[in-house]
Design a protein around this ligand. Structure first.
Ligand code: NZQ
Ligand code: ZN
Length: 399
């Protein structure tokens, strides 16, 4: 039985060329903005200039904060928040990938308080030490098709000193408006495009495997979304300027965690929890950690829900280049192999050694994961519960 509340308060403007409306849309949020960007790509490819000229046209004042790194650090957020406070900005604009958008959401909280942002990030058992009481409004302009940060109320921030990467989540963090212009993603390189594709898949796959199985509408959305990514990611990598492929990936990305696909079915996100520990220790991209972990965790979870895996494999890969024509039935193990094949063909690395990571921190990461997310029971919630020993076995299976 599915019981849920679904509320997506973000106004979504979608389409090629829509970046030209950024000044107009921004002017609905206030008079002065802080424009937050990453480490240079948006300047290199001219997106920053487009936004700046549109803001100037509409007489929106702004200051720029440049330098958000991939896997954004809490210290960076603290700096951005302090400047936003000092400059008395009315709202924040995140122009960049998930890292920039997440840092923008966190800075929107930090701009209104004096404590370090880490005190507002989920701590033990998912609760932050301090309650978020307010946040500045935000507008997002994503430049990568991946995280869904443009349509959700969460962000992921890294404390590099402690090697912890955790979420900041609050309904106050829903962007007021997101301009999703797929044309901004044509400059995204093959690796980041592939990482994004894997991330989109994981955002709906985790709920599919671990959520309420009595949700056929959500299941069909999920299968359709994954199938679309499987079909269009290679096209975008093959021909980066393919705006049709880019548009479909952008829309899949924005839908994935918007609540639309997973609502009601619920479920858990153990693959994400485990991946965040990997990128917190090794600073690898989120997508590359996911590509490594999805197949073995799928295989592990498949012990408890083999029929879900078979259904997924059939409905995603039927009549695609991955399944010999006419073959419509696949086993749970074949489904895992089809995903491995798909990730491999997207250029993803499927072992720790390919990523240049040895086994020296397997134990430490497994300890961190269970102590932070295992609760009193000492395991990660999943149809097949994941204990510390299982995490180490999973790591070893793809060493
Ligand atoms: O720093 P710049 O110069 O902008 O370069 C970035 C970065 O090196 C580059 N890039 C961005 N837009 C580009 C571009 N290059 C060419 N053309 C463009 N248009 O791409 C690189 C990766 O950017 P990043 O923002 O790190 O990638 P992504 O969008 O995959 O975001 C990953 C972050 O989001 C978190 C991840 O954990 C990770 O920290 N996540 C956020 C979620 C959320 N808010 O709901 C959910 C996800 O599960 C995820 O955990
Ligand atoms: Zn993700």
């Amino acid at each position: 039985m599915i019981n849920f509340e679904f509320h997506l308060p973000t106004r979504i403007i979608f389409g090629k060329g829509e970046i030209r409306r950024s000044g107009d849309v921004a002017s609905t949020l206030g008079e002065k903005a802080m424009l937050i960007i990453g480490r240079g790509s948006v300047k290199r490819y001219g997106y920053y200039d487009k936004v700046v000229s549109s803001l100037k046209d509409k007489k929106v004042e702004f200051v720029t904060f440049e330098g958000v790194e991939p896997n954004p650090r809490s210290t960076t957020v603290d700096k951005a928040g302090e400047i936003a406070k000092r400059e008395r900005v009315d709202f924040l604009v995140g122009l960049g990938g998930g890292s920039v958008m997440d840092a923008t959401k966190a800075a929107a909280v930090r701009a209104l308080v004096d404590n370090p942002i880490w005190e507002y990030i989920q701590g033990e058992n998912g609760k932050p030490p301090r309650r978020i009481k307010n946040a500045l409004p935000t507008m997002m302009i994503p430049t990568v098709a991946a995280t869904s940060s443009e349509t959700d109320c969460g962000g992921v921030i890294t404390n590099w000193e402690e090697h912890r990467k955790r979420s900041i989540i609050n309904p106050l963090l829903f962007p007021k408006v997101s301009i999703i212009d797929p044309e901004l993603t044509v400059t995204v390189g093959a690796d980041t495009t592939a990482d994004g594709a894997v991330d989109i898949i994981s955002h709906v796959l985790e709920s599919y495997l671990s959520g309420d199985p009595n949700s056929p509408v959500q299941d069909r959305f999920t299968e359709g979304l994954i199938r679309t990514v499987v079909e269009y990611a290679p096209k975008a990598i093959e021909n980066p300027a393919d705006i049709n492929a880019r548009s479909n990936l952008s829309w899949c990305a924005s839908l994935a965690l918007s609540g639309f696909v997973n609502s009601g079915r619920g479920g858990n996100f153990p693959i994400h929890i485990i991946e965040h520990s990997l990128s917190a220790h090794y600073d690898i991209s989120h997508g590359s950690g996911l590509a490594l972990l999805i197949p073995p965790i799928m295989r592990f979870t498949g012990r408890a829900v083999p029929e879900r895996l078979r259904m997924l494999g059939r409905n995603v890969f039927y009549n695609t280049e991955y399944l010999p024509s006419g073959k419509s039935d696949v086993s749970a193990e074949e489904t895992v192999r089809l995903f491995e094949k798909c990730f491999h063909s997207l250029g993803r690395k499927l072992t720790f050694s390919e990523l240049g990571i040895d086994d020296s921190k397997f134990e430490r990461m497994a300890d961190d994961i269970i102590s932070m997310f295992g609760g009193e029971k000492g395991y990660l919630e999943n149809p097949q519960p994941i204990y510390k020993k299982d995490i180490i076995d999973i790591f070893n299976s793809v060493r």
